[in-house]
Design a protein around this ligand. Structure first.
Ligand code: NOJ
Length: 522
């Protein structure tokens, strides 16, 4: 029997490098730290790691502002550390996906520094998107070239002293590259090869839909700022880039790419999955859905329908370094405290029973909640700064992982070191070490569910069949496996089958509220 490609049904674990494990004691996670914790990931039972950017960077956006795409930032380690990490990960049976950030570079990138030093109209400026402003309302004033907003707040344009403006869909420290310039394309093709030759198994492509902007640079006139099918995203030219990238990946064995693609509809999404383009795109629908069986069912149907015409496999995600952790999302205002935890246990069975691959975010295996009470001075997300604190930003889901011990730094850093974001009091009971010895912990739940999925997965067909269920629940079958999730508060009767795993104990043949079960099909 030919085995399907590894990525089609892989469970991928997102490592937010800065917050995973700090080996060198500077308060920030690093590559050696990841290396030292590979045993945790192997024992957890995931198939691959996705590392967020560890490249040379001033960290204006946590590393999504790359100053040198072919080197490791000294605070995260060296290229030798990277090579050692890839080799050890492979020895642990783990694949390695790295982030690539093609939409923008750092303002400290050599190219942008050259652009600043060069005059308007020069070849150095043509690697980025420079434009002249528009006359402002009052004499002597100037407005940006158009009304595009930055995703992080404020306008998407910054004016230089010589009068030209440059585009940044994110922070001003992240100037957008000009993908209409062949030099930019060639540079990224070379960067892909650089990391492929070092043994990476795949790439996660940041802002994958953004590379080309409509040449008209037309105003949005107050329309939805995200405008996913507007002039800033998913222009047809972007697909030529991914066709070329696919050719490069195909020169190697078994390598893959997953795009961070936000679109307004499934048709646009599917275009990225044509057989000569990307292997996968993130499908964020489950993450965006409320705790509701009906909502889950709808997004699952839509996600499957979106990828089916391309024969691609879907991807599922509940949390990431950009979103509110799902334990917290699933809390119920005014409801029982801790309900988010039970729902997260149940959601894992849903995620892992679906066809395709699942992307987990570090710390979800410990059931970590958002850390919402970070002091303002500690917050580093550019969203917080650029909105003058009106939007808290994403630091609350990026607090370093607690590994062991009674107090900060909980084994994340060597004792006595202060982690880059403060860690809460009271995390002694959620450390990986404490949970490992507690059979009822979230960590052991993740291990059990992942181990069972691994045992079952080769026998599971891609197709999913819905089984009738009460409105508050959803039941489906994939060949020999039945998954039942009850999002309501009251118990419902289980579908037929022999229970294999349940997120809370069953009452006879009743599935309690906020609970999921896997059963062998009758
Ligand atoms: C998406 C990344 O996941 C996010 O963290 C980053 O801020 C933006 N892209 C910009 O690179």
């Amino acid at each position: 029997m030919t085995r399907i490609p590894w990525w089609r049904d892989a469970v991928v674990y997102e490592v937010y490098v800065r917050s995973f494990a700090d080996a060198d004691g500077n308060g920030e996670g690093d590559l050696q730290g990841i290396r030292s914790r590979l045993g945790h990931l192997r024992d957890l039972g995931v198939d691959a790691l996705w590392l967020t950017p560890f490249y040379t960077s001033p960290l204006a956006d946590g590393g999504y502002d790359v100053a040198d795409y072919r080197d490791v930032d000294p605070r995260f380690g060296t290229l030798d550390d990277f090579d050692a990490l890839v080799s050890d990960a492979h020895d642990h049976g783990l694949r390695m996906i790295v982030d690539i950030v093609p939409n923008h570079s750092s303002d400290r990138h050599r190219w942008f520094r050259e652009a600043l030093a060069a005059p308007p109209g020069s070849p150095a400026r043509s690697r980025y998107i420079f434009r002249s402003g528009k006359p402002g309302e009052r004499p002597g004033e100037e407005d940006p070239p158009n009304d595009w907003p930055s995703a992080f707040g404020g306008p998407a344009w910054t004016r230089l002293d010589d009068g030209e403006w440059y585009l940044h869909l994110y922070a001003p420290e992240q100037p957008d590259l000009n993908w209409r310039n062949p030099e930019v394309r060639h540079e990224f093709e070379d960067i892909l090869r650089f990391w492929l030759d070092r043994g990476v198994d795949g790439f996660r492509i940041d802002v994958a839909a953004g590379l080309f902007k409509d040449e008209s640079f037309r105003d949005l006139h107050g329309q939805d700022r995200r405008m996913l099918n507007g002039p800033m995203y998913s222009r047809p030219e972007v697909h030529d880039v991914y066709r070329r990238w696919r050719q490069i990946l195909d020169e190697y064995d078994d390598r893959m790419a997953i795009g961070e693609v936000w679109t307004d509809g499934p048709q646009d999404l599917a275009l990225y999955l044509r057989p000569d383009e990307l292997h996968q795109v993130f499908q964020f629908d489950l993450q965006l859905a409320p705790w509701s069986a009906m909502a889950f069912r709808e997004v699952i149907d839509a996600a499957l329908k979106a990828v089916a015409p391309m024969g691609a496999a879907p991807t599922w995600v509940l949390s990431s370094h950009d979103s509110v952790r799902h334990v917290t999302r699933y809390e119920q205002p005014g409801g029982l405290p801790g309900i988010g935890h039970g729902r997260a246990k149940a959601a894992l069975l849903l995620l892992l029973a679906l066809p395709g691959s699942a992307y987990l975010y570090q710390g979800e295996e410990l059931g970590l909640p958002e850390v919402t009470d970070l002091p303002d001075e500690a917050r580093q997300d550019p969203i917080f700064k650029r909105t003058n604190g009106r939007t808290a930003g994403r630091d609350s889901c990026r607090v370093p992982l607690p590994w062991s011990g009674p107090a900060e730094p909980y084994g994340f850093s060597p004792d006595g070191v202060r982690p880059w974001l403060p860690m809460p009091r009271g995390w002694a009971s959620v450390t990986a070490e404490a949970q490992a010895s507690d059979p009822s912990s979230m960590l052991n739940w993740y291990r059990e569910a992942l181990a069972l999925r691994r045992r079952l997965k080769d026998g599971l067909p891609d197709e999913l069949e819905w089984i009738d269920s009460p409105d508050t629940a959803l039941f489906f079958r994939r060949g020999p496996l039945v998954c039942a999730l009850n999002c309501g508060e009251n118990p419902v009767r289980l579908p037929a089958g022999i229970p294999l795993l349940t997120s809370t104990p069953l009452y006879g043949d009743l599935l309690p509220g906020n609970t999921a079960a896997w059963l062998t099909a009758p």
